[in-house]
Design a protein around this ligand. Structure first.
Ligand code: F6R
Length: 610
């Protein structure tokens, strides 16, 4: 989603800004722009729809050279993705870039028009630029004017501003959209994600909710939400800039799919004893809190929501704990009745998803026992604002379609299930030891599933000319089918829907004909025979079946039935294993379709707006 980079230095900042934007590209965007206070003493900008490379090309023709600048990648919310709507937005001698959404922009726009301001874009951001310009008439200092401006904004924002009349500073404000200051020697930077600045510094200062910052070459000043001057801790990363390198793979997504055995291994490391899960993996007070838990409420979005749906089967079946799962955008606006002693669990790769964060903030007012985040980013808002945390160790995920984040979330959720069952004494005898052993073997099993890569690549050809697909699963494989269908639609743009296989005859069967491939995951469990009957219903209507089946499930190839054998695995862990071929299938279908696999259209990696 939108990205911000800013710099104030003694050297030309344009290349730094462009490199920062490139590092944020994986988040998804549809236009890019840069504004620089040039060495000629003028505020100038260049904006382009499309990729950062197009902006860079344009800058080769008309270079902007200066020591102060801000830049942005925009993911369109208000107004089409075109040059006129791309950031930075200007008002007088001000330039503004903005992540987030200003909800009262229409009212403000009318007021500002009444004051004589002329709008040149359809964006909510331009409102901020004009409002700040207006505030500067009463408050000549840029930071003071910004403080007065944000008081009138409703919604979410990460903001960076420069002014031609105060060209020694970048000023910034954060509320609901992350911002980090990069600290250099005689130069300082700003970005919406530290990754954008790793080429220039390894020291960072994170702004907190409501902070306003004044960033100059030699100093940084910050005020909190009440206007008090504050110090924010500077953190240093020694791990070197995380290289965004596809290695031997054609796309980041394929690389990330193949990383799953190693990242699952990393997610397990230090969290298992001989035959138990180490409960303190969730934090020092986890055991005490878990002992009190009588219900679990899981909230997440997209792929992370599907992980939560799998966890519901585990928590109820293994730990005997009632569990509810809901998408964050619904939960946050629903009148929720909280059962006593309910643990509130959020799941998120990025830890910055606006709806999930808002749901967590709401939950704090609702009387939950405690909050727990399963998250892949240690410095994220979600982690900082939760009582307990389990960090997945997926490493940076660049492909917009989530893969390794999902399987590591599932591992984290199984660790949570076993921990809750252990502490509350609700796990059946020997179950924890068996599953710990199975978890240890999981990376090897995942490696075996990945070895099916070329088989799945061939199967993908069946989808090349199709427009619709159904995914079926039963039990904990139903959310796996949902995840498989989400992956396919995200990157191949083929319409895909998932159903619990038993629901087929209640409506969707009407869609089935020989143009509708039906993908099914069939581990060898007590639902297998029921699933086989559901598949007969499809075949009888001429539907093409693609079945990923346990090698012991006794399913065989036949006319219109393509069976791909999967290594045998303990049923509890089967959702993790069966995810792999569905990821590969989507990937290869997308490659055949020639889509932009790592940055599919209209999507963003981290959804920081509502
Ligand atoms: C799908 C995908 C999205 C995310 C969702 C939540 O491949 O990546 O559905 O899962 O936007 O994001 P996080 O997990 O960062 O909260």
């Amino acid at each position: 989603m939108c990205g911000i980079v800013g710099a104030v230095a003694e050297r030309n900042v344009t290349a730094i800004l462009l490199e920062g934007l490139k590092r944020l590209e994986y988040r998804g965007y549809d236009s890019a722009g840069v504004a620089v206070f040039t060495n000629a003493g003028k505020l100038e900008r260049m904006r382009r729809p499309g990729k950062v490379a197009e902006l860079e090309q344009a800058l080769l023709g008309e270079p902007l050279v200066g020591r102060l600048g801000i830049a942005h990648t925009r993911w369109a919310t208000h107004g089409a993705p075109c040059e006129r709507n791309a950031h930075p937005h200007f008002s007088g001698d001000l330039a503004v870039v903005h992540n987030g959404i200003i909800e009262n922009h229409e009212v403000l726009r009318e007021q500002l028009k009444g004051l004589g301001y002329v709008f040149t874009s359809d964006t909510d951001t331009e409102v901020i630029a004009h409002l700040l310009n207006h505030k500067l008439k009463d408050h000549s200092d840029l930071t003071t004017a910004l403080k007065a401006t944000v008081k009138e904004l409703h919604g979410a924002y990460g903001l960076a501003v420069i002014s031609a009349s105060q060209p020694d500073r970048v000023v910034a404000a954060r509320s609901g959209s992350p911002l980090v200051i990069g600290l250099g020697l005689g130069e300082n930077f700003l970005a919406s994600d530290q990754l954008a600045l790793r080429q220039v510094t390894d020291r960072f200062m994170y702004l907190e909710e409501g902070d306003i910052a004044d960033i100059r070459r030699e100093s940084v000043s910050i005020w909190d939400v009440d206007g008090n001057p504050v110090e924010r801790e500077a953190v240093q990363y020694r791990d070197g800039a995380e290289a965004a390198d596809k290695g031997e793979f054609r796309h980041f997504m394929l690389k990330e799919i193949h990383e799953q055995p190693s990242v699952v291994q990393r997610t397990l490391e230090g969290r298992l004893s001989q035959n138990q899960v180490l409960v303190n993996a969730f934090g020092p007070q986890a055991a005490e809190l878990f002992a009190k838990v009588r219900n679990v409420q899981i909230v997440a979005c997209g792929t992370s929501y599907h992980a939560g749906m799998v966890a519901r089967y585990w928590l109820e079946e293994l730990a005997g704990i009632p569990c509810q799962v809901e998408v964050a955008s619904e939960f946050r606006y629903r009148k929720v009745v909280v059962q006593p002693d309910t643990l509130f669990v959020t799941i998120s790769q990025s830890g910055e998803t606006a709806d999930t964060l808002a749901a967590l903030r709401n939950a704090k007012e609702l009387g939950f026992l405690a909050s727990l985040a399963i998250c892949n980013v240690s410095i994220s808002s979600l982690v900082r604002e939760s009582d307990l945390t389990l960090l997945t160790q997926a490493g940076r995920e660049i492909g917009v379609a989530s893969t390794k984040a999902f399987t590591t979330q599932l591992v984290g959720l199984l660790l949570l299930t076993l921990s809750l069952g252990q502490v509350r004494g609700t796990l059946a005898a020997g179950v924890e030891a068996t599953l710990v052993e199975e978890l240890r073997r999981l990376p090897t099993r995942l490696g075996e599933a990945l070895a099916m890569d070329s088989t799945v690549e061939k199967v993908a050809e069946l989808f090349a000319d199709k427009n619709h697909t159904l995914f079926l699963g039963r039990g904990a494989q139903y959310p796996v089918a949902m995840e498989g269908s989400l992956k396919l639609k995200e990157i191949s743009y083929i319409h895909a829907e998932a159903y619990p296989a038993g629901e087929l005859k209640h409506g969707p069967l009407a869609l089935v004909d020989d143009d509708m491939p039906v993908v099914t995951v069939a581990p060898n469990n007590e639902l297998l025979e029921k699933l086989k009957s559901n598949l007969q219903e499809v075949r009888a209507r001429g539907g093409q079946l693609i079945v990923f089946a346990d090698e012991k499930a006794g399913m065989v190839n036949g006319e219109g039935t393509h069976v791909i054998n999967m290594p045998h695995i303990h049923d509890t862990l089967s959702p993790i294993l069966y995810t792999i071929p569905l990821q590969l299938l989507s990937y290869y279908v997308a490659v055949l379709k020639g889509t932009d696999v790592d940055q599919p259209r209209n999507l963003a990696k981290s959804v920081t707006v509502e």
